[in-house]
Design a binder for this molecule. Structure first.
Ligand code: ATP
Ligand code: MG
Length: 402
């Protein structure tokens, strides 16, 4: 099923190398898993290309770690296959798969120096001393820890320890690198710094990587693509741009940040949202005239205007009354009550999602807009004032098939 198609989105996804199709380096095909009677994964499939970072994003208990454990060979799937570089490894024991796993507690050997830790995997594989030395040197330089080579883990910062763990895993040239919330124990600033470092490092080594997180921002910044998991199902896989701007489901839309959701009706060449008619060309197979749908838009897709004059590309939604204005540092957040109007598709409880970005109230027709600083300081708005609300972009969610 095609997710969505609107005329409105004018943002073009920035061209990246990840958009070109690349052969799969690691794949899972139709994986299902149950523990006792509880089904934990249902028919999960995805590919990771050489050098690509795929992020698995999902709430606690959605099955992220179970997927990694199946790829690593620490858990058997009930159905489905794991393929690494063209080889079916589903039946292979963990140690024969060549999978590098980095967990939150990366368990460096406390009595070994940095260089001994990194060379450990090669020593137990009985590699020649000269080869071990060369590899360790190369990896120390890659993770920029040359000057710390003789230190013990307890003498390193959390971030440095993390880099040792990665170098130790890279030493035996894994087919795929798996990261299970490796930054879980670190403070926000270090996390942000490390995810940029790790991204750069992964691009250099060109090994496919699967990275688990439940942090939306981390997923968007780190992943070439992101798979959003919801109780054992993949809701959507796409580039960070696609999943953020064109969510395929309500779950994806709301999981990735503040989302406004309104009821709408499909008409021939437009969609009807309350009394507004917004031009849109929709895929005829997914949407029919008269269908009741929901539209999703981000707070930054809303533009607020004093008059009826709208800039090109801005589509009038309705007039609205400002209920609340809050200063949130980088931008101003405005809560508005949009005009309610009779609507054949109106559902009583149009959901209003509370995320860390939305205020803690539950009016049914409130929407949130954000305004960047320059705009907020040039045009000052007041609580109680009426404004015209326009949308610069939105997505029509496909209807759930019953
Ligand atoms: N060995 C097991 N036996 C029984 N149930 C299990 C087992 N391992 C995982 N589960 C269940 O499977 C579900 C998914 O667990 P999983 O660890 O994959 O979640 P997760 O997405 O990694 O969560 P978190 O973000 O909290 O780490 C959970 O409901 C969990 O209780
Ligand atoms: Mg987990």
């Amino acid at each position: 099923m095609k997710a969505k198609e609107t005329l409105i989105p004018q943002q073009q996804e920035p061209a990246t190398a990840s958009q070109q199709p690349r052969p799969a380096a690691a794949s899972v095909l139709g994986i299902s898993k149950s523990f006792g009677k509880a089904s934990v994964l249902e028919n999960i499939s995805f590919d990771v290309a050489e050098g690509e970072v795929l992020v698995l994003l999902g709430a606690s208990g959605s099955g992220k770690t179970t997927i990694l454990r199946i790829i690593a060979g620490l858990e058997m799937p009930y159905t489905g296959k794991v393929i690494l570089h063209g080889k079916d490894v589903t039946e292979l024991p963990a140690r024969e798969r060549g999978v590098g796993v980095i967990f939150q507690s990366y368990a460096l050997f406390p009595k070994m120096t940095v260089e001994k830790n990194i060379g450990y995997g090669l020593r137990i594989r009985k590699r020649k001393r000269k080869e071990i030395k060369a590899t360790v040197n190369e990896l120390l330089s890659l993770v920029q820890l040359e000057e710390h080579r003789r230190k013990y883990p307890s003498q390193l910062s959390g971030g440095q320890q993390q880099r040792v763990a990665i170098a130790r895993t890279l030493a035996y040239k894994p087919e795929v690198l798996l990261f299970d919330e490796p930054f879980g124990a670190l403070d926000t600033q270090t996390r942000v710094h490390l995810r940029r470092e790790i991204r750069a490092l992964l691009k250099k080594v060109n090994v496919p990587a699967i990275f688990i997180t439940h942090d939306q921002e981390e997923a968007l910044e780190l992943g070439d693509r992101v798979a959003v998991l919801n109780v054992g199902n993949i809701e959507q896989i796409g580039t960070p741009f696609e999943i953020y701007n064109h969510p395929a489901t309500e779950y994806v839309a709301t999981f990735l940040g503040a989302a406004n959701i309104l009821d709408a009706v499909i008409r021939k060449d437009f969609i009807e949202v309350g009394s507004a008619k917004i031009a849109a060309t929709l895929d005829k197979e997914s949407f029919r005239d008269g269908d009741c749908v929901k539209i999703v838009f981000r707070p930054e897709d809303v533009s607020l205007n004093r008059g009826d004059f709208l800039r090109p590309g801005h589509h009038r939604l309705s007039s609205a009354r400002i209920e609340e204005i809050s200063f949130v540092g980088a931008y101003e957040r405005v809560r508005l009550l949009v005009e309610s109007s009779s609507d054949e598709c109106k559902t009583d409880e149009t959901p209003y999602y509370l995320t860390t970005e939305t205020p803690d109230r539950k009016p049914t027709k409130s929407i949130i807009a954000t305004r960047p600083k320059p705009e907020a300081s040039t045009t000052r708005l007041q609580v109680g004032e009426r404004v015209v609300v326009a949308l610069t972009s939105f997505t029509v969610l496909p209807q759930k098939k019953h």
